[in-house]
Design a protein. Structure first.
Length: 162
């Protein structure tokens, strides 16, 4: 993602282009403990497009790790709808789904998380290859895991009370 930058007067900044078909897909969550108000930001990075089975595995791992009932808020992406159907068919205990309104990314704290990675940490970043991109994305997401005020901002951006 190209962003504005500074350069000497009369010198046009030049950015190398990376024109490949490699890709990364990231699935993540912003979780809030209802009693302790602890925020966590788990994620998984894939070198392919995310499919319903990835979402199912992510939710199952999240349930095991958090060891408490989950209320999962998803947007209406077809992969999310398919994964929710599979979770219900598997009868995974303690998982309930709530659906965000269609086309309302401003209500989703995870969208604020992706926005921060793309437009703050990775703006004007051109990796040499997909491995470098993966390391940099993971580094950005790991930094979010320890930045408490940043994690709180994901909820504030979505206008959700903590």
């Amino acid at each position: 993602m190209n962003r504005r930058t500074w350069a000497l007067t009369g010198v046009t900044p030049v950015q190398r282009a990376w024109d490949r078909y490699d890709r990364l897909s990231v699935i993540g969550a912003v979780t809030l403990s209802p009693t302790r108000r602890r925020i966590s930001t788990p994620f998984q990075v894939y070198e392919e497009n995310i499919r319903a089975e990835h979402v199912v595995c992510f939710i199952q791992e999240l349930r095991k790790r958090l060891r408490r009932p989950l209320v999962i808020c998803l947007d209406r992406w077809s992969v999310h709808r398919s994964a929710a159907g599979r979770i219900k068919a598997l009868a995974v205990p303690g998982v309930q789904f709530e659906w965000l309104p269609a086309y309302a990314p401003e209500l989703n704290p995870v969208e604020a998380r992706w926005s921060h990675v793309k437009y703050a940490d990775l703006s004007n970043f051109v990796p040499d290859d997909v491995r470098q991109l993966k390391r940099t994305v993971q580094s950005s997401l790991i930094k979010q895991c320890v930045a408490h005020q940043l994690k709180q901002s994901f909820f504030k951006t979505a206008k959700l009370r903590l």
